[in-house]
Design a protein around this ligand. Structure first.
Ligand code: ZN
Length: 648
């Protein structure tokens, strides 16, 4: 088998190398294992949900029925299997293995003899590859990734064989690059899935096909009827699915935000295998456009429910123009935010540059986690930065409260597979050492490419506390420990066991090289003072306002935390506000809240029947402020909420 990720500076550790032990991510993992996944299984068994596991049994002829749910239901079920496999890999929990065997057996029986598998097509008269809204490549892509994770976690190849048959079939259809399918691609998890399968099997045709999917997009002139459709508002041509401009020539982030981030993540996977510099420089150009102009402070992306791209194409669930980041109407689908994190993880591993780790962390703690409630059983689809009073209408897929089943169920299993596999994101290894990307109580056992061996224990109460201890339990050989200093840290210290402060910064990672001994310890201290953050002056919806952050967490104000009768929109933040961090075990599942004194600026006008009137001197009074982490919003019933607060 050829070596995979040849061009990556940092590679993930092998399966089974890392386990969360305690603290924030360990708690999230346990919640996913014990509550979220069993609850999700009940949702997938509910015939009225948008994702329905039983479709595979119907397609396999094991039970009567028709296809139920959305076109992308199969893909959502595959994501669930992937989440089970990640949890099994970390825990060895036998019933999960049995559950996966049962589901996989049905999936295998549903597969057509030629390898095709999409129950929404098989149980209809629609025909294959007729319309990209049918999400055939999305479903198959998630199948390939789930199969690779399942194979690594269990050593069993039942799902991997299904995936190989499906990928071999895809190769026969798409490798010849049929021009009529050049524009065929929506939510392209298939590119990541094919690279995953290439890495798992060593079969070069899968990598070749992933490259074909990257190159095909935007490669053909649009047929005239397609161009006409774009003008008429057909939802998935042109910028909507990033095929107006070939990826290598693209300069900005446009279109459907899940489709975009999945495309870029898959293309980054291809770069890691091929070293394609033109492709990487296009991705970096797009990244700068996203990170510097089109991303929320929570790491969320894709504000538009429906509208126009900057080039005038009809788009939905999409990126908007530079600095166009509205709060209450932000779409910010949980899947798009996760796609952004997945893309940044890949760029981080490819380049070793800390700026990607910063975005990845920003998403994970804020706009990924906000997609699930604190109990692990209810979800939301959109992740706006403000929620208005009751009389303000909700937009597409917004909901007053979090839900158990929904008309589109793509996000819940995406959150689950991300949390379930997050321990694999936390560390990496390069030719010369071990990298610590994410902070959280954990234990690592890994060999290093230079022949070293390390067992390391991380202890921390991050993100509530800024102290992190990295203790060597066993070590063999000399190697470097790469310790991440987030860009948000206003100050940070890294001290090695001998008490010496280490200041050898390398792109945000401090490199500590030693002949490590058992008992050696590296201590990281990160500033945890609450801080006010402002946005670029051209972000109209944040002008004159500030967001509050502490560590990696974005905070928000919910109306339930205000004194009776104080409307949220009258609450202002004094520039010199003193915020005190208070950790409450019984507050919202154990979070640190920020308390202080805000200013209520009270409009004294009579507004009945008026929209505008002459300016008057307002009344001001002090008001008690209590800010909660943004990810924990919408856990106490319907309420108004805002991340950005006007400055007094
Ligand atoms: Zn989604």
């Amino acid at each position: 088998m050829s070596e995979s990720r040849r061009f990556s500076r940092v590679r993930p550790l092998p399966a089974g190398s890392v386990q969360w032990t305690d603290g924030f991510w360990a708690d999230c993992f346990d919640l996913c294992h014990e509550t979220a996944l069993p609850s999700m299984r009940r949702a997938l068994d509910d015939p009225d949900n948008a994702a329905v596991l039983a479709n595979f049994a119907v397609a396999a002829g094991l039970r009567d029925g028709t296809h139920r749910g959305t076109f992308w239901s199969d893909g959502d079920c595959h994501k669930y299997v992937q989440a089970l496999a990640h949890v099994f890999e970390a825990t060895g929990d036998e019933p999960l293995d049995e559950e996966m065997d049962e589901i996989i057996s049905t999936i295998a029986q549903a597969q057509e003899p030629d390898g095709y598998l999409n129950t929404q097509i098989q149980l209809s008269d629609k025909g294959r590859w007729q319309n990209k809204i049918h999400h055939e490549l999305y479903n198959l892509g998630h199948l390939l990734t789930a199969a690779c994770v399942h194979h690594r976690a269990t050593g069993k190849d039942a799902l991997l064989r299904v995936a190989r048959r499906a990928a071999d079939y895809l190769y026969t259809v798409f490798a010849p690059r049929p021009p009529e399918l050049a524009h065929f691609g929506f939510n392209p998890s298939n590119i990541m899935g094919l690279v995953d399968l290439y890495r798992e099997t060593g079969e070069p045709r899968y990598l070749e096909l992933a490259g074909v999917f990257v190159d095909m997009r935007g490669s053909q002139p649009w047929p005239r009827d397609l161009a006409g459709l774009a003008a008429l508002g057909d939802p998935i041509v042109g910028d909507q699915c990033q095929d107006r401009v070939p990826l290598r020539d693209e300069t900005q982030a446009v279109g459907h935000a899940v489709t975009a981030t999945y495309l870029w993540a898959g293309a980054t996977d291809v770069c890691a295998e091929t070293g394609d510099e033109a492709l990487l420089s296009a991705l970096q150009r797009i990244w700068e456009n996203v990170a510097e102009r089109r991303m929320y402070v929570t790491g969320a992306v894709g504000p538009q429910h429906r509208g126009l791209s900057p080039r005038g194409d009809q788009v939905h669930e999409a990126f908007a123009a530079d600095w166009e980041l509205p709060n209450r109407t932000a779409y910010n689908e949980t899947c798009a935010n996760i796609g952004n994190a997945m893309w940044n993880r890949r760029l981080l591993e490819l380049t070793g540059e800390a700026r990607y780790a910063d975005v990845m962390e920003r998403v994970l703690y804020n706009s990924m986690l906000s997609g699930m409630d604190l109990a692990g059983t209810r979800f939301c689809y959109t992740n706006p930065l403000a929620r208005g009073p009751k009389e303000v209408a909700l937009l597409s897929h917004d909901s007053e409260t979090r839900w158990f089943t929904w008309s589109c169920y793509c996000c819940p299993p995406n959150v689950a597979r991300t949390i379930a596999g997050l321990h694999e994101w936390a560390y990496g290894r390069s030719d010369d050492g071990l990298w610590v990307h994410l902070y959280g109580g954990s234990r690592v056992e890994a060999t290093l490419p230079n022949g070293g061996w390390v067992v390391l224990v991380q202890e921390t109460d991050y993100p509530w506390d800024g102290a992190v201890s990295l203790r060597i339990v066993e070590a063999q050989g000399e190697f470097a420990l790469y310790v991440r200093i987030p860009a948000w840290a206003e100050w940070a210290t890294v001290t090695a066991g001998d008490g010496a402060e280490v200041a050898d910064h390398e792109t945000g990672y401090v490199r500590v090289q030693r002949q490590w001994q058992a008992g050696d310890e590296v201590l990281v201290m990160l500033s945890m003072e609450p801080r006010l953050v402002r946005a670029h002056p051209l972000v109209e919806h944040a002008r004159g306002q500030a967001a509050v952050m502490r560590g990696p967490l974005v905070y928000c104000l919910e109306s339930v935390d205000l004194p009776e009768g104080v409307p949220l929109h009258e609450v202002h933040l004094p520039r010199d506000v003193q915020l005190t961090a208070r950790h409450g075990r019984d507050v919202l599942g154990g979070v640190t809240v920020l308390e202080g004194e805000g200013l209520r600026i009270r409009d004294c006008g009579e507004w009945e029947g008026k929209l505008y009137q002459a300016l008057r001197e307002p009344e001001t009074e002090k008001v008690a402020l209590r800010l909660i982490p943004y990810y924990a919003w919408a856990n106490r019933g319907p309420a108004e909420m805002s991340v950005w607060l006007p400055l007094a």
